[in-house]
Design a protein around this ligand. Structure first.
Ligand SMILES: NC(=O)c1ccc[n+]([C@@H]2O[C@H](COP(=O)([O-])OP(=O)(O)OC[C@H]3O[C@@H](n4cnc5c(N)ncnc54)[C@H](OP(=O)(O)O)[C@@H]3O)[C@@H](O)[C@H]2O)c1
Length: 323
């Protein structure tokens, strides 16, 4: 069996995997991967759940690009335990975190995973493995979407899905860039968002309150569908809305053009340099990741349910625990 598409060895490890598309996640013993040239092997201490882990595992549409048995997961925090040929930037014993391989399969719901060395950066010194594992996909998405919108000092920016994994980081990163941030979230989450620096919070079910926001210079939509499209009217002419979930849908381009704005369909990519900038903000106390729940690997299905059912604020982590 090939784990995450890379070379296996005779040693084994525990992983959470789907044997068939749509089958329940199960915990199994599988071959431990060996690092190829340019890769390091990470002894994973923690990973985190992103909604796309669930879409890919339960949606046969991904079978073209993912292998069975499929080990989900792209976020990783852990310790280098082997390096492949040619790797000079990291050494055995380094504590690293990163977004592995995305959008190709990575398989981080496992005790070990192999990752291109340039996808990884040194962990923030102030963070636990659990906290660090909750950062890569969510923080890089937030960071790169803010870049796509051109958010900087003095900008007024709207963030939908603000209480989620990406959203709560996007709010803080926009504030750190000097923007004025309006966060869309359920009222139960407003206090936490004000605590993280949001300048105003609006209930996303209250259409009158949304209409009363006025206009913003740019927006980050983490909800998608008709909800995302309903935000176009709030962006001032010439502004940009970045969409995390509405990829290349022509009707959005038409609607955006009618509003005189730009709609950018966005896909996150691994970026160790941005991770270093994010680390600096974390270690300086300007950014915090909220770990809403933590599960042992054996409870990976429950961790995914926590995300699917939106049981709390922020991220859900999966920790490896002891064998
Ligand atoms: N394109 C990319 O590269 C990329 C990268 C990362 C994530 N994403 C996508 O971005 C989205 C957010 O990711 P995430 O990790 O932040 O997910 P998450 O942690 O599950 O958060 C989802 C957020 O959406 C809000 N929400 C759910 N239904 C809503 C509705 N009908 N109207 C308004 N808000 C609603 C939730 O608010 P409440 O809890 O208050 O209901 C929550 O804040 C996901 O669809 C994910 O797949 C895309």
């Amino acid at each position: 069996m090939i784990v995450g598409g890379r070379r296996p060895s005779s040693a084994t490890m525990r992983a959470a995997l789907h044997r068939e598309w749509g089958a329940a996640l199960e915990i199994a013993e599988v071959p431990r991967p060996e690092p190829a040239a340019g890769e390091v092997r990470i002894a994973v201490r923690a990973t985190s759940v992103n909604p796309i882990d669930i879409y890919t595992g339960f949606n046969a549409g991904y079978e073209q690009s993912m292998l069975l048995p499929y080990i989900p997961g792209w976020d990783v925090a852990g310790v280098v335990d082997a390096v492949g040929y040619g790797v000079t930037r990291h050494a055995v014993g380094d504590r690293l975190f990163g977004l592995a391989w995305f959008p190709h399969p990575a398989g981080t719901y496992a005790e070990y995973t192999t990752v291109p060395a340039h996808h990884l950066a040194a962990m923030p010194t102030s963070q636990s493995f659990t906290e660090a594992a909750c950062l890569p996909m969510a923080a890089l998405t937030a960071w790169q979407m803010l870049d796509a919108v051109g958010v900087g000092a003095g900008h007024r920016v709207l963030v939908s899905g603000a209480s989620g994994g990406v959203g709560h980081l996007a709010v803080q990163l926009a504030v750190a860039r000097g923007a004025t941030v309006t966060a869309l979230a359920r009222p139960a989450n407003h206090a936490a968002l004000y605590e993280l620096g949001a300048h105003s919070c609006v209930d996303y079910t209250d259409t009158a309150a949304i209409a009363a926001i006025g206009t913003v210079d740019g927006a980050i939509d983490l909800v998608g569908g008709e909800f995302g499209a309903s935000l176009f009217d709030l962006v001032a002419a010439g502004g940009t809305i970045a969409l995390a979930t509405a990829w290349s849908i022509p009707k959005y381009d038409v609607a955006a053009a009618e509003c005189g704005i730009r709609a950018v369909s966005y896909l996150v990519e691994p970026d160790a340099e941005a991770l270093r900038a994010i680390t600096d903000l974390i270690d300086a106390g300007h950014l915090q990741v909220i770990v809403g729940a933590e599960f042992d690997l054996s409870r990976a299905p429950e961790a995914q349910r926590w995300v699917q059912e939106r049981r709390g604020f922020g991220k859900a982590a999966i920790v490896m625990g002891s064998r």
